[in-house]
Write a protein that binds this ligand. Sequence first.
Ligand SMILES: [Mg+2]
Ligand SMILES: [Zn+2]
Length: 169
Amino acid sequence: MAGRGLFLDRDGTLMVDTGYVRDPADVKLLPGVAEALLQARALGFELVVVSNQSGVARGLISLAQLEAVQSRFELLVAEAGVTFDDVRFCIHGPDDGCSCRKPAPGLLREAAAARGIDLERSVMVGDRESDVVAGRTAGCTTILLEGKSSSADYVVRSLTDAVAILRTL
Ligand SMILES: [Mg+2]
Ligand SMILES: [Zn+2]
């Protein structure tokens, strides 16, 4: 049977979003993230990061900086015993017409195809409406963090609360 994916936005969902994060020293996990990821893994979800990084196209972040920030992020997560099954970035700008920049569902579809994930049984969690739209377009259940108005299936205050919903799906 195809697996279930938990698709996760990175900035503002798993780590603090300081805006075009380019310095590894600025990487800070949000509270409870590592434990929530461990619980999601225990529930059988593959953990897939899907992140827009238009700072690359805008010339604000180099690919080397993107890699350094991601390495630091993955190290902090790994210290808590969590590794991701897949990590995908869109490095394009809003005007590039790519199919991977959220709200487009390209990153989710690519990861699902690569890993045999059933999108209909999967969940997208993010802190922006563009995450919700990407998830819904891909066929996933959608969870928004800290949103005010949204078309998400669920709106919660933290990743910990999101994982509590995973238990019911
Ligand atoms: Mg975000
Ligand atoms: Zn893209």
